[in-house]
Design a protein around this ligand. Sequence first.
Ligand SMILES: Nc1ncnc2c1ncn2[C@@H]1O[C@H](COP(=O)(O)OP(=O)(O)O)[C@@H](O)[C@H]1O
Ligand SMILES: Nc1ccn([C@@H]2O[C@H](COP(=O)(O)OP(=O)(O)O)[C@@H](O)[C@H]2O)c(=O)n1
Length: 212
Amino acid sequence: MGAPLVIAIDGPAASGKGTLAKRLAAHFGLPHLDTGLLYRAVALALIDAGTDLGDEAAAARAAAALSAEGLNDPRLRERAMGEAASRVSSVPQVRAALLSWQQRFAGGPEGAVLDGRDIGTVVCPDARVKLFITATPEERARRRHRELAGRGEAAAPEAILADIRARDARDSSRTAAPLKAAADAVVLDTTDLDADAAFAEALALVIRLGSL
Ligand SMILES: Nc1ncnc2c1ncn2[C@@H]1O[C@H](COP(=O)(O)OP(=O)(O)O)[C@@H](O)[C@H]1O
Ligand SMILES: Nc1ccn([C@@H]2O[C@H](COP(=O)(O)OP(=O)(O)O)[C@@H](O)[C@H]2O)c(=O)n1
């Protein structure tokens, strides 16, 4: 078996990083972790317990108690959960509790594909391949709107754009592991690429950067 292939994929909301991560993982036969689900699950645990999302100690306890089964709840994909996850994810104790989980996942013998906000900067700083996926806020809002509508969750497109802008601002400005491209990440702007074209570009980058 060759050296493990760890692929770190970061980027803002609805940039397409999860779609790419899933397809790359399938292509290379690697396990995939959508790390946003961990933060969404912490937020959902607080909501289900009727606890204020601003209660940092409760958020840290929920992060420490997280179980893999909790990540299958379909409510995690709801629109409000992205915003709630963004709030709890700025708590350093929450991030610390989830870090070892993510690093254990990435440390398997074949490697792994992880997508999130701080994979290339904090979780897997030694990843062989780091991609930072972007698209304009308007295009990301269009994608998220289509996705939510497809699942029967209707919302005004302008409200989704406002969500995306607010989340970008919060995720980029927080002190703990802010959203940003690692210095050695390659940026892929998918604004004018459909999902297949984005995958073709990402695959070519992984092959080149990973010397595969
Ligand atoms: N390049 C693309 N062009 C158009 N739609 C896309 C593209 N990439 C992903 N999508 C769609 O946009 C939505 C958000 O993609 P997703 O991968 O979940 O983004 P993220 O993980 O960055 O939040 C999904 O419905 C997905 O199918
Ligand atoms: N590695 C990560 C992943 C997500 N998050 C947080 O969790 C929120 C939800 O992430 P997500 O990836 O599920 O959201 P989308 O990009 O799919 O909308 C983000 O807005 C971040 O605040 C994070 O801080 N670090």
